[in-house]
Design a protein around this ligand. Structure first.
Ligand code: NAP
Length: 486
């Protein structure tokens, strides 16, 4: 590890890198080699959060008054800086998050694309005009920034998720307090440096690093915070929503998922298997949109499972920095233990283990949090494997008789984020499109989203305006109606 990587990092408040008031730091280690320290990061407390919110509040009016196209110029610069930093930033993602380097490189490219889209949006902040009932009057709406927004992110996409929130927040004229996940602080520092380099004025973006338990509450309950864009687990998101409601802050929640792949009378099972395995095991299954259940028509189950199995067997688990690796370690000991627990439950309950189901190391704390890609067949639709979000490399297959049963099982979880349907039949596709309760449905491909298309979930998977693309403005702006007699 280079000495630069071992540095002690700081919070970024009011345009300055400052030590936390607590004077306390924690170490983030590499999940591929947990004895390797990547750097020391602030363990901030409430006073640091208050300083960040105050700085954002002070900067917010001037930023809101900066013309949108000028804000866009700075965001285009930021997007270019992301592109230019792809190699270095991808390396940081892999070192602290664990995913394979090619995935990290793709993540930075995607973040740049989303930032670019939002840079353009800053020139398209449009209201509506209305014909007036009364002569000599005009009636129209304008969109204004919320003010100060909190951006709270998970660790699985440590670059694209913050950029997905910070870029639209800035484009629409808001000031930001950014809270990254404790497991991925280094990427957050790097992104913040790029925003600084792009020329975002002091106080407009503030990074405060501390655990959710220590600083989360003071962030979401501060009355100056007018919007909270949160991505993370449903368990954390629900109480956060309640706290924000007490001061009527706007909330955008992007939460967990248990995303089904329905395979029903599909001609190209080879292609379906490829899409499913990729969407299930990228990022070691630690993606909110990971396909985490296959629901297949009985008659197609054997050939599909064979094809999935042969692809799963080829997955190369290893250090994400190695070119040969197609699946990195899990992000932390806690994720590793969660996966172990679910696999044990699956085996106990009689699901048929076809592949994996075990750790690849004896001493994960020394050797890395490596777990095999795991495939279960003949899983009962009420099994925990079929209903709960595992957030790991575990794929259960459920066999069904007809489309009705497939749709009913697909909908039988608390989640409603994404779904894939593989079918050559128009009637099956259209029935699934109408009846599956999910924010995003993919026909005949996996759950890959695009950088300019709305993204979000239903049920316990999300709340509020979809992120990405044109719907971002629905969260990051307030509408104001103006009547004028000129
Ligand atoms: P998490 O434990 O819910 O944490 C998410 C963020 O919330 C982290 O920054 C965390 O900080 C913070 N936090 C924790 N407690 C808090 C509190 N009381 N108040 C305010 N913030 C608090 O989720 P995760 O383990 O990082 O991420 C995995 C989950 O995210 C999965 O459920 C996944 O499905 C979901 N996810 C959803 C989407 C989507 O778009 N729908 C995308 C990605 C991930 P600390 O890290 O310091 O605890």
């Amino acid at each position: 590890m280079s000495p630069a990587a071992m540095e002690q990092h700081a919070n970024f408040i009011n345009g300055k890198w400052v030590a936390p008031e607590t004077g306390e730091y924690y170490s983030r280690t590499n999940p591929a080699r947990p004895s390797e320290c990547l750097g020391k990061f602030p363990s901030s407390a409430e006073c640091d959060v208050h300083a960040a919110i105050k700085a954002a509040g002070n900067a917010s009016l001037a930023w809101a008054d900066t013309p949108g196209p000028q804000r866009g110029v700075l965001l285009f610069r930021f997007a270019q800086l992301l592109e230019d930093s792809k190699v270095e930033l991808a390396r940081i993602i892999t070192l602290e998050q664990g995913k394979a380097l090619c995935e990290s490189t793709g993540e930075v490219g995607r973040a740049a694309a989303e930032a670019r889209f939002m840079a353009g949006e800053a020139s398209r902040i449009c209201g509506q005009s209305f014909p007036s009932e009364r002569p000599g009057f005009s009636a129209y709406t304008v969109l204004e920034p919320l003010g100060v927004v909190a951006v709270i992110c998970p660790w699985n996409f440590p670059v694209v998720t913050p950029v997905r929130k910070i870029a639209p927040a800035l484009a629409f004229g808001n000031a930001v307090v950014f809270k990254r996940a404790s497991l991925t602080p280094w990427s957050a520092v790097y992104i913040t440096r790029l925003l600084e380099k792009a020329g975002i004025p002091p106080g407009v973006v503030n990074l405060v690093m501390g655990s959710g338990a220590a600083i989360g509450n003071s962030l979401v309950t501060d009355p100056l915070i007018r919007g909270i864009s949160f991505t993370g687990s449903t368990e954390v998101g629900l109480p956060l929503y309640e706290s924000a409601a007490r001061h009527l802050a706007s909330v955008q929640l992007e939460l967990g998922g248990k995303n089904p792949a329905i395979v029903f009378d599909y001609e190209d099972l080879e292609a379906a298997a490829r899409e499913i395995v990729s969407a299930a095991f990228l990022c070691s299954g630690q993606r909110c949109t990971a396909l985490s259940r296959v629901i297949v028509k009985q008659e197609q189950a054997d050939p599909l499972v064979d094809k999935i199995l042969s692809l799963v067997a080829k997955i190369q688990v290893g250090d994400g920095m190695l070119e040969s690796t197609t699946m990195g370690p899990l992000v932390s000991k806690s994720q590793f233990e969660t996966v172990e627990r679910y696999v044990a439950k699956g085996i106990e309950s009689g699901c048929k283990l076809l592949h994996g189901g075990k750790a690849l190391v004896r001493q994960p704390d020394d050797e890395g949090y490596y777990y095999t890609a795991t495939l279960f067949d003949r899983v009962a639709s009420d099994s925990v494997l079929a209903k709960e979000e595992i957030f790991g490399p575990v794929l259960p297959v459920i066999r069904v008789r007809d489309v009705e049963e497939a749709i009913s099982i697909a909908n039988d979880t608390r989640y409603g984020l994404a779904a894939s349907v593989f079918t050559s039949r128009f009637d099956v596709a259209s029935q699934c499109l109408r009846r599956i309760q999910a924010g995003m449905i993919h026909i005949n491909h996996g759950t890959a989203s695009q950088a300019h298309v709305p993204f979000g979930g239903r049920k316990d998977s999300g709340q509020g305006a979809f992120s990405i693309g044109p719907t971002a403005k629905d969260f990051f702006t307030n509408i104001k109606t103006i009547y004028g007699k000129w």
